[in-house]
Design a protein around this ligand. Structure first.
Ligand code: BGC
Length: 539
């Protein structure tokens, strides 16, 4: 969230120059890419997802020149830049909408958006922001008609049935490709087309458009990642990963199952969810989020079964008190009650499961949140860099800050910040740095295939990641196998792993290099509460 990351010009708002200043930190941390939430001009009624100009930078954040500089500097650090692309809607203040509301019905200008004479259309499409809106339609007195908005009423849905809309948005894509971006996170991608008697999610027309988008992107001849944000069950998000469509998609069902596993200390449903995603789309194309700038979306029983939602709410009673729209509006660390053990367990899984692990800024510190702030702002407060005023985020007087820095007990920025944690060898931040460094050195974790192994304990998830001999960048890599075991329960687990297929091979813990007994078909191991290991198998 550029507005909350680092403020370089001292106006109280994070900016692109602030991100440039912090690139050495991000490089040290060990990330591969930055996902930038929408940096475009916007009245900020929805955190910048309500856009008035798709091909410019919000003046609070800097200029296009700053953006190009950020790209160059990030590339020089080996970090790629993924831009949020909001295809589904604009702001009501976008010139396209202003033009549409005054244009005569039926004209191409008017048809940039979806209009009706009453608000009865698409009745099966759920209201997504149900704490803010009670209908997907809003009356526009200028137009004398209702317009469709799947999100806030300030965000009218573009009408993709109008070919001029498609072309206009593909030109936006061309524009950012020319700037040199490395990929797009396609926001709210299921909702582009509508049809009666459906939830208006992932319709065939939407997939057809995405294939045309993919060809347009391929035409630029560079490696560009297309990542879908589709908060849908895997059977519905898998089609976005057809070979001629998108490269990656978030697996939000997995996020819910990870929390549910920790909540009830069992991993059978989690294993089922993981193996189902691999059956649908094998390999590393699922993006794995734990938390992000939105609420922890659990849904209405469509994304995951009601029993999974109940397990989470029973395990994290906090969740019931901070329910927003369709999920829990809290950051990771407070949701886990400040306990670093489930925190490292969950990230340890994210960093070793097949897919693209996503780390939300501040979660590497166990940063807290400010419940009670408007909408999802609770999770979007300034990054805590140092013990200095405003957590080193900005030199502005605090009333000017974009959001208040965290001073809540247990999460106060004077304690929980980058400067302090870099100095403490046992800190969460140094743990993330070590894990990300290890992951870089273990190609099996980054692009290996996965085999689920019998763990013999209901709380222990066990799997092996394997990659054959390969070329990893410029370096030849020998074949590699890493076995992972993770105890999702709050009690220690003594168990027997079935490692017969590697009979007699060396087993070394990758983090500390400790030698374990050689692999066997009845390999005993003890995992402390929320403990986990990554073992390198063989030489
Ligand atoms: C983004 C949200 C945003 C919504 C509407 C999403 O899914 O992550 O932050 O409010 O799309 O653009």
């Amino acid at each position: 969230m550029p507005r909350s990351f680092a403020d370089a010009n001292g106006d109280g708002i994070g900016d692109l120059a602030g991100i440039i200043d912090k690139l050495p930190y991000l490089e040290w941390l060990g990330i591969d890419a930055i996902w930038l939430t929408p940096p475009y001009p916007s009245p900020l009624r929805d955190g910048g997802y309500d856009i008035t100009d798709f091909t410019a930078i919000h003046p609070d954040l800097g200029s296009l020149d700053d953006f190009r500089l950020l790209l160059d500097r990030a590339h020089a650090c080996g970090i790629r830049l993924i831009l949020d692309l909001v295809l589904n809607h604009t702001s009501v203040l976008h010139p396209w909408f202003q033009r549409a509301r005054w244009a005569a019905p039926g004209t191409p200008e008017r048809e940039f958006f979806v209009w009706r004479d009453d608000e009865r259309g698409y009745a099966d499409a759920p209201v997504l922001f149900r704490h803010f809106e009670s209908s997907n339609w809003e009356w526009d007195p200028m137009a004398g008609q209702y317009y469709l908005h799947r999100f806030l009423r300030h965000q009218p849905d573009l009408n993709y049935a109008n070919p001029a809309v498609e072309e206009a948005m593909l030109q936006v894509v061309d524009f950012w490709l020319e700037q040199g971006v490395d990929g797009f996170r396609l926001d709210a991608v299921p909702f582009l087309f509508e049809a009666e008697h459906s939830r208006c999610e992932g319709l065939p027309e939407t997939h057809a458009f995405l294939r045309r988008l993919r060809s347009r992107v391929d035409a630029c001849g560079r490696d560009v990642l297309l990542l879908a944000e589709a908060i849908q069950p895997v059977r519905e998000s898998a089609p976005y990963l057809a070979d001629d469509e998108l490269h990656a998609a978030f697996d939000f069902a997995l996020t819910a199952h990870l929390f549910a596993a920790v909540a009830h200390g069992r991993c059978d449903d989690l294993l089922h969810c993981l193996s189902h995603a691999q059956e649908m789309v094998p390999g590393c194309r699922w993006a794995l989020p734990l938390r992000n700038h939105d609420e922890l979306w659990l849904g209405d029983g469509h994304l995951v079964e009601q029993s999974v939602i109940e397990a989470i709410l029973n395990g994290f009673p906090e969740g019931r008190d901070h329910w927003l729209n369709w999920g829990i509006n809290r950051r990771l660390a407070p949701l886990l009650n400040g306990d670093p053990r489930p925190n490292t367990l969950l990230h340890g899984l994210l960093y070793s499961l097949p897919g693209l692990p996503c780390l939300y800024y501040g979660d590497e510190l166990g940063m807290g949140d400010w419940p009670g702030l408007r909408d999802r702002d609770a999770n979007r407060t300034p990054m805590a860099w140092t013990r200095a005023p405003n957590g080193g985020f900005s030199t502005a007087p605090d009333p000017l800050l974009v959001l208040p820095p965290i001073t809540a007990p247990g999460f106060d920025y004077r304690m929980v910040n980058v400067e302090v944690q870099q100095q403490l060898s046992g800190s969460l931040l140094n743990w993330h740095h070590r894990m990300l460094t290890s992951r870089r050195l273990l190609p099996a974790l980054r692009h290996g295939d996965v085999v689920w192994l019998e763990s013999g304990h209901p709380g222990v998830l066990c799997y092996a990641r394997h990659c054959p001999e390969c070329q990893d960048g410029d370096a030849p890599q020998p074949s590699m196998t890493v076995v992972v075991a993770a105890n999702v329960s709050s009690a220690g687990a003594s168990t027997q792993l079935e490692l017969g297929r590697w009979q007699g091979s060396r087993m070394r813990d990758t983090l500390w290099g400790c030698e374990f007994p050689a692999a066997s078909d009845a390999w005993f191991v003890y995992l402390p509460a929320y403990g986990f290991f990554w073992w390198l198998v063989g030489e």
